[in-house]
Write a protein that binds this ligand. Structure first.
Ligand code: NI
Length: 140
């Protein structure tokens, strides 16, 4: 069921918001505000201790030079240590040296953060990011 709410905003803030949602391609303010709320709810879900132990989903992006065989082994080793958490892994050879890996992880927030940050912080990883996502069950 949809409920209507009214909010008051300074006109300059509203102007900035309208510019932002235009750039992002939102059809209207309502959808943009819903997405902002959902994003905050997901972020909080990852922080709240009461959700500890609940199943979460995360996406890890890694860019690294495959010429270092020890680096490749380390990254593979971490994934095998947490093999149950890896739902899917995509490896793209970007050029003669650089690899892009995208991992979809499923498990508790603690496990996913430990594993994700472990991969990202491995020496030699040029770019890495853990993006907390959601199973979608707690959102409408
Ligand atoms: Ni590669």
């Amino acid at each position: 069921m949809l409920e209507r709410v009214g909010i008051s905003l300074e006109d300059t803030l509203l102007e900035q918001f309208d510019e932002l949602i235009k750039r992002k391609g939102y059809a209207n303010r309502s959808e943009a505000i819903r997405d902002l709320i959902r994003d905050q709810l997901v972020q909080e879900e990852w922080k709240e201790p009461k959700h500890s132990g609940k199943e979460q989903v995360a996406v890890v992006t890694l860019v690294y030079d495959h010429d270092s065989t020890t680096l490749g082994h380390k990254l593979t080793h971490i994934q095998h240590e947490h093999h149950r958490a890896v739902v899917s892994a995509l490896h793209v050879h970007l050029d003669a040296h650089n690899c892009l890996e995208v991992l979809i992880l499923r498990g508790t927030a603690e496990e996913l953060l430990t594993m994700g940050e472990g991969l990202v912080s491995t020496k030699g990883v040029k770019y890495g990011k853990v993006v907390p996502a959601t199973t979608g069950r707690t959102l409408d």
